[in-house]
Design a protein around this ligand. Structure first.
Ligand SMILES: Nc1ncnc2c1ncn2[C@@H]1O[C@H](COP(=O)(O)OP(=O)(O)OP(=O)(O)O)[C@@H](O)[C@H]1O
Ligand SMILES: [Mg+2]
Length: 374
């Protein structure tokens, strides 16, 4: 996170177009505002447009404005968002949702910086805006499927900032929790068990979900201390949730596998007790082994690492499997290939900086937003 904020601060100094990607709730809006607030355009407007919130024709008039009489109901001339953002920054949120026709119009604007209000006849006017765009879609995939123009992708993606999901930078969870508590204005604190549960949870809704959970706990808690039992069930006991959810065992093994590979659980801390309590059957355990061996091409030592065990546990682990008749033959997996936990971690994007982003960022972003919430 720190590295990402540092990059964002560096990028802010220039005028390059920035493209921000990342799952919903990771902080794309926040980073866009941060870049604007740190740029030489900070005193000028920051105008955000949620491209997914308008049908095509409306998006065009939103962005470019319209002339009086250009369509029924256009009683007055109306400037578009590009004009309103003159000398400032325009934030095109959900840019991946734009229709191909709008993409062509946007591309034309990006090439010459000129606009003409819809229905206007006069000369085109030049506007000076910095363009930041964002999406939670896989833009490359949309290009591959013909839904997004490649030339436009290159235009908007001069600098690409990818914000990783929260589950990939768990080390920031504590500081985010503190910030979220500060926002509530209540003097609460979380017990160590509650904090550990927050650190283990997978946060599909990312920072936004974390803020909601902390806020809810702050207001629901009867004392100043929030304990584990006051957290939502999916956080308190993700495994219990999984167990209840899955009658089909194969699916349970798959979910447990994902939790292990995520770095969310370790074999001895989580799978072992489940197995001893018989919440997980031999069949589940064998299925888990098969998934692990498939990922490591039949390598048991690599599987240890994948499942969060040190190398020195090799014997203990093999003995455990043998004792419970769960050792799976590795031979059939020798020629398969899927990334390991280490490879997956190495491939993940850099994490985003933290001390800068939260409080300060929100204060610095003395920005102007207009239109539907992005
Ligand atoms: N690093 C951070 N520090 C503090 N708060 C954060 C951070 N990142 C995100 N948030 C908060 O999380 C919430 C969601 O962030 P934001 O709206 O920027 O996400 P987003 O990526 O734009 O999501 P979406 O794709 O759904 O639009 C906001 O309330 C924001 O203030
Ligand atoms: Mg957003």
């Amino acid at each position: 996170m720190r590295a990402l904020c540092a990059t964002a601060a560096r990028v802010a100094a220039g005028d390059a177009k920035v493209f921000i990607s990342g799952e919903s709730g990771v902080g794309k809006d926040l980073i866009a505002q941060y870049i604007h607030a740190r740029s030489s355009r900070a005193g000028r407007p920051f105008v955000a447009v949620n491209c997914a919130a308008f049908p095509d024709t409306l998006l065009e008039t939103e962005l470019f404005g319209h002339a009086r009489g250009s369509f029924t109901g256009a009683y007055r001339d109306k400037p578009g968002r590009f004009e309103l953002a003159h000398h400032g920054t325009i934030f095109l949120d959900e840019v991946g949702e734009m229709s191909l026709q709008m993409q062509a119009t946007l591309l034309r604007f990006l090439e010459n910086g000129e606009i003409q209000r819809v229905g206007a006849t006069g000369p085109r006017v030049q506007v000076d805006v910095r363009v930041i765009s964002a999406t939670n879609r896989d833009l490359a995939e949309r290009v591959a499927s013909g839904q997004f123009r490649k030339d436009l992708m290159y235009r908007i993606k001069v600098v690409h900032l990818h914000i990783p999901p929260l589950r990939e930078h768990r080390e920031d969870i504590r500081v985010l929790v503190e910030r979220a508590i500060a926002r509530t204005g209540r003097p609460i604190r979380l017990t160590p068990e509650a904090l550990t549960a927050l650190e283990r949870y997978s946060w599909p809704g990312n920072v936004r979900e974390l803020q909601n959970v902390v806020e809810q706990a702050a207001w629901m808690s009867e004392s100043d201390e929030v304990s584990l039992k006051e957290l939502p069930e999916q956080i308190r006991s993700p495994i219990a949730g999984l167990l209840r959810k899955h009658e089909r065992r194969r699916q349970l093994a798959d979910d447990l596998y994902v939790a292990l590979v995520d770095g969310h659980y370790t074999f001895w801390d989580h799978m072992h007790p489940l197995f001893l309590r018989r919440d997980m059957t031999r069949q589940d355990l064998r299925q888990l082994m098969r998934r692990g061996l498939s990922a490591t091409r039949g390598n048991y030592r690599a599987l240890l690492k994948l499942f969060g065990m040190p190398d020195s546990d090799y014997k203990r682990f093999m003995n455990f499997l043998a004792a419970h008749d769960c050792a799976v033959d590795f031979h059939p997996f020798r020629f398969e290939a899927v990334p390991s936990r280490t490879a997956a971690a190495a491939a993940s994007a850099p994490s985003l900086p933290f001390d800068e982003v939260p409080g300060t960022l929100e204060r610095q972003a003395s920005t102007r937003r207009s239109g539907p919430a992005a």
